[in-house]
Design a protein around this ligand. Structure first.
Ligand SMILES: NC(=O)c1ccc[n+]([C@@H]2O[C@H](COP(=O)([O-])OP(=O)(O)OC[C@H]3O[C@@H](n4cnc5c(N)ncnc54)[C@H](OP(=O)(O)O)[C@@H]3O)[C@@H](O)[C@H]2O)c1
Length: 313
């Protein structure tokens, strides 16, 4: 358990791979490519040591360039940054996994990633069109491949030493259990939307019991309505403990035992979000028990169609 001073450097042990994953992570789902590069550099400079990207975000190139600049300047070393990227839905067929993974590595200018996730459990029609639709606008799914087929292809990437750990994203409890039970290499991380409006206690408890890191995205509620940052329980705790609502939400997530991802294109907020420290346990409880509203902001878990993607093509 992290001490009062080191919440921002807290790490959670991984059941395979690089040993441990930073609890506090920076996501790069930022629509504007220039802003993505600037924010990624600012995040590394502020102290973030986990970067999350994805083939589908179309931010791997900018994240790669930003990392390269920072590494070349000698300010941060590659080995000290935990890099995560994701396989998109159109690449679930086993023969498409390695080429997709290698394309991600090239864009990131890396020779390995610390964690590779299956972005969603939904397989889409394979091909270059990331959002395949039929004439009526309905998503075209690929029935010829199962999530386990794709998982086996990710296991082979681990065998080859190309990615250190593998995991699942946007899965429900049943899907996580299905892969965990059948896997030769167990999922190291389950990455899902989670915050006080969507605490996902059952999935978190399952992950805890089975040594899987639960990583929460949209930890601040993705600037969506109803605003988590303006929730009366959160703002009351924030003024009592003399922190910002964002810092309280990030501390809550880490202190309840999850890793998290937050994103900002604003350098002041990036620094604010790295400046997390422990809140009293009764404040953690107050948020866990006092926030009653339940909201899912991102419907990707229902269809595989990303809810937050702003960069269309
Ligand atoms: N697997 C998936 O399906 C999936 C889906 C969604 C997200 N993700 C990952 O999770 C990451 C985080 O998700 P998210 O973007 O929803 O995170 P978030 O941190 O909940 O929301 C980001 C929003 O909060 C604002 N913000 C950040 N810090 C703030 C602060 N201190 N005070 C006030 N507002 C603040 C940002 O605005 P500014 O930028 O204007 O500062 C931005 O609009 C993504 O980047 C991505 O890597 C994964």
């Amino acid at each position: 358990m992290a001490s009062a001073d080191d919440l921002r450097h807290a790490k959670l042990p991984l059941n395979n791979g690089s040993g441990a994953i930073p609890a506090l992570g920076f996501g790069t789902l930022i629509p504007d490519p220039v802003a993505t590069g600037i924010a990624t550099k600012a995040a590394l400079e502020a102290g973030f040591r986990l970067l999350d990207t994805a083939e589908r975000y179309r931010t791997e190139t900018q994240v790669g360039e930003a990392m390269r600049e920072v590494f070349d300047e000698g300010r941060v070393k590659r080995k000290d940054v935990f890099v995560v990227t994701k396989l998109w839905n159109t690449n679930h067929r086993p023969e498409r996994v390695k080429p997709a993974f290698e394309a991600s590595l090239r864009k990131l200018q890396l020779d390995y990633v610390d964690l590779y996730l299956i972005h969603t459990p939904f397989a889409f029609q394979p091909g270059d069109e990331q959002d395949p639709r039929d004439a009526s606008g309905a998503v075209i799914y690929d029935k010829a491949v199962t999530l386990l087929d794709t998982w086996r292809a990710l296991e082979r990437l681990v065998d080859e030493g190309r990615c250190r750990a593998i995991g699942l994203s946007d899965v429900n409890l049943e899907q996580a259990k299905g892969i965990f039970d059948a896997a030769r290499i167990k999922p190291a991380v389950v990455h899902v939307e989670s915050h006080p409006y969507l605490p996902e206690w059952e999935l978190l408890n399952y992950c805890r019991k089975n040594g899987i890191v639960f990583q929460a995205f949209a930890a601040l509620g993705h600037s969506s309505e109803p605003s988590l940052l303006e929730d009366p329980v959160v703002t009351a705790v924030a003024s009592r403990v003399n922190k910002t609502p964002a810092q309280v939400l990030l501390a809550w997530a880490i202190q309840r035992g999850t890793a998290l991802l937050t994103t900002s294109k604003t350098s002041g907020r990036i620094r604010e979000n790295f400046d997390v420290s422990r809140i009293p346990e009764d404040a953690v409880r107050e948020i866990s028990e006092g926030v009653k509203l339940r909201v899912r902001f991102n419907s990707v878990v229902e269809t595989g169609v990303p809810g937050f993607i702003a960069r269309g093509k």
